[in-house]
Design a protein around this ligand. Sequence first.
Ligand code: HEC
Length: 356
Amino acid sequence: MSKTMASRLITALLFVASFVLALPAASHAKSDGRVIYDRNCVTCHGQTGKPDPSSPIVKALGVVPADFTDPLFNSREPGDDWKMVIKYGGAALGLAQQMPAHEAVLSDEDIEAVTRYIKSMADTRAHPPGEMNLFLPIRTKKAFPEDEVVYRGRFTDQDGDNSQKHVLEIEKRVGKAGQVILELVHESDNDVSELAEAEVGYKHALSFSNSHILSAAAVWAIPVEAEGDGELQTYLAYGKVLSDSWIFQSSLRLKFPFEDASDGEAELAGIMHWVHSPWPRRAYPALEITATNPFRSSNGDLEWTAMPQVRIGLTRGGHVALNLGVEFPLSGQAWDNRIYVTLLWDFADGSFFQGW
Ligand code: HEC
């Protein structure tokens, strides 16, 4: 046998051997979400993803798992949050401990595959995905339609128009991509302290994917104790996931006072958050910049501010969170700084007292 024939034979044998050896490995590597689900999840979550409350197992659990076939529920929870729940169990993320951890029985690829499978159990194309429910900034408007109660405090020296404010916001989802807004604004400065205005509005997500969202909103501010006829505010809000660890949000807001619309102003705001961990109960720093321009003024009057801030998840699932920030004037404004405290409760994810 010549040398070349021998080497050809060896090459051919190696070629065949590589197939034989690779086959079981290849079929093992490809995780099948449905198979994993049927094996590990179906007893509690039901064949289709809709749990059967009359089944003895579900009855024994004492908690009925949520319905994966409901498009609103299925869309609003980010897939990455579900992967955490599946891997580490309900209790780790502030949910019921009856949801077991699968860290020991499923690989990360299996968890990825089963998450994709349960995400496919509802047609969610008309609903903005929960991935776009980005952190709430201080001034930049959020694009995602939410079920949330938010308190915002702005603490200042209360001198002149540098008023101190307490705002209570109730946001409620309506339809597939809409949200109504109700706000009460209390203001105080050196002269007055009053329930200044109530605001009602509507926000709608116009365009979204797994990495961006664009919404438009209109808000009517009605004076309660404050003077004047109120104003109309409109805004566009945009959110974008830039990478695994950076998210960007921006909004353009226009305010038109009813007495004289030319007294209004335009405000552009933007923020970058550093998302350094998949765990919600962490501190996430961000830098926010705003530019405000009264309609009447020339560009020279553009007022800039910078707001370093931090989002702190308080509950294990992060559905109650705090945001603390300081605003610094960058354009020689008459005030030194303003301190902001925001407390938010995402009530779709559980009661205020759950998961601490
Ligand atoms: C022993 C019963 C049981 C098994 C088995 C089980 N789950 Fe659960 N799961 C639950 C319960 C109960 C909840 C509800 C927790 C809550 O709402 O507090 C839950 C919650 C969840 C959630 C969170 C939904 C939300 O509210 O955001 C996901 C995702 C999930 N399960 C996926 C799975 C997957 C995937 C499997 C299989 C790999 C699985 N579960 C196996 C009982 C179970």
